[in-house]
Design a protein. Sequence first.
Lengths: 151, 286
Amino acid sequence: MYLDLYIFAALLVLGFFFGRLAEKKHFKSIIEREKKYRQLLTFSGRLLPPDLDRADAELVGGNVVISIDYFKRIAAGLRSIVGGRVTTYESLLERARREAILRMKEAAIAKGATMVVNVKLETSSITKGKGQQIGCVEVYAYGTALSPILA
Amino acid sequence: MTKYENRRIPEGINVSEEHPLKEFLILAFGLGTITALVVLLLSLMAGWLVHFIPFSLEKSLATSSFSTNTSSDVVLTSEQLEIEGYLQLLANKLSAAQHLPEGMEVVVHYVDGDTVNAFATLGGNIIMYRGLIEALPHENALAMLLSHEIAHIKQRAPIISLGRGVAVGLALASISGFGDSSMSHQLIGNVGLLTSLTFSRHQEEQADIEALQTLENYYGHAQGAESLFEILSEGDYALKPPKLLSTHPITEERINRVRHFNGSHVGRASYKPLPKFLVNISQGLD
């Protein structure tokens, strides 16, 4: 009985510190890379800019899976009793979305693209195991990369 | 080509700037308090409702399990029967000294086991282990033990804790069922456990006081009662849980209570020795 309590507390503390550390590091890296790749334009629109020169079109995608930590899970569990914004999951999804777009951009840059149009996002939770717990989230970003045709 | 650009999106739109611990602590303390209140309320109600369950009904609930237990599994030797008979006789005298209500009677079961323990259970049944009895120095300490258990019967403690266990267990299961994480169940479960332990601790304290009063009625004094707690603290109980997690009041407190109770009696009273056959079991085994 006491052991349960101690393990629970230890996991909670561990989850909090490591989770927070990982999140801080991740956000820092996301902000840096977003600045770096800002020149590569991305649009959610399906239609191309009307005055675009001839370009090669190719599918590019970026995929990320991020796991929640123990602390986030407990906090979300408590939140689910009273309702309201699940802030611990909001930051998780924000990281996943932005990371997926960044990876898609990286893929596009590798192909020499200057623009990605028709960008879409797909989200799915991967683990729905014991007790229907959401263990981690997957976000997939994909779009059509346009690379100028060099004459 | 027209000039397009992807502007920098400001931070903090989708992510709350609030420290996650703040939200967590508010939720944990809030829900913890609510859970504690629910458990407290249900525990109080269980204690109150139990008076509507007649003792005879409690007895019939217990009889089925006890009759099969004693007849098939354990066959007592003549020595053990002698000990059980002696314990029963003493229990009867102490029940009278404790003014057990009409229709409520105590049945003592002797168990030839090394466990240093004794407990009262449903239907006025008291289980006494050889392990504890043989460690007791005199009859006064044994009487303290028996009176404590008889006091639990008088409190209706076994059926109260059964009812409380069912009610609180159901309530906790329902509350935690709303969360989607089994870990929040654990948090709620632990709060519930701590609250109900506080309750049983109160019962133990009451039983100690009642037992001391019984000894006073029976022997004319309650000295020697502290020997029981000294034995309990020496034995395998050395691994003491912190007070918050313990059902029984910690030993020093119990011994102090005995001393306080005996404060008015200055002279040293004589202790009644245990009957010879009880002394023999302990010496033969040592």
